[in-house]
Design a protein. Sequence first.
Length: 316
Amino acid sequence: MSAASITKQDAELRIQPLSAHIGAEIHGVDLTRPLSAAQIADIRAALLKWRVVFFREQFLNHEQHIAFSAQFGELTVGHPVFGHVDGHPQIYSISKFRKATRFEGQSLLRPWTGWHTDVTAAVNPPFASILRGVTIPPYGGDTQWTNLVIAYDRLSEPVRRFVDGLRGVHRFAPPAGATGTSAFASAVEQHVLVSEHPLVRVHPETGERALYVSPGFLKHIVGVTPRESQALLELLWEHVTRPEFTVRFKWEAGSIAFWDNRTTAHLAPTDIFDLDFDRQLYRTTLVGDVPVGPDGRASVSIEGSPVGAAAAVALN
Ligand code: SIN
């Protein structure tokens, strides 16, 4: 496929789509330097269109990662539950063993296990996440994203109308059957975060509807029986992870993935635990707004605080 070109006076970004519905690589920009207003606008437009954009050979340090991110919004603290890198309140370390040595003995592994939208247990999940690859295995360790807008559009019309009126409860909880996770479990217990969100989220910039069903965090649908909730969620989770809605990204050192966390879910790799290679990435997230459903109702917090800006946290 040939790359579409966007020509500006001060820059030329080349946008190379990677699949039909989601994901594009952006070439022709140096992220270690301040971006022009035109470059920021073009990257934002590509993000809205392609949901996740990727950059190659951008060898940023922590300060440059923060500076690049800050051109698109206010940075949150690295992670509201799991903290941040020492000396860098805005950066979350995605190390190979950050949650556990490995997840063993899970009672129920299903095709959507592990898929999630970042921090949807908070009432204002981040608007975007920016993930930087530093130590990358020679093979294995790919990340996948899915487009929740196309997933919504591809439901039948009666089911779209049905889910438009539903809401669900999202919470952080250790994965069932996870082993070696005492630090993980105690961090979750000390930072309880629970929120109710609409199952369909109206995008604040584009007005599009996204099927907002973060498989890792959405625990039940409000106002229906437990069995109804389970059956409906399994149907929706199976649907949002259909391969034709997804893109799979092969990391290299210096790769950056920047995704719209309002319209995507993603899957971190687990094949890295079958390999001896190390894997280290770092993530920033940008402060998000409170989701609103098609009926105009906003999400509500059940427990815990909104995800604030890192600057405010650093002052505490
Ligand atoms: C994440 O969930 O943000 C991390 C994805 C990855 O490790 O590839």
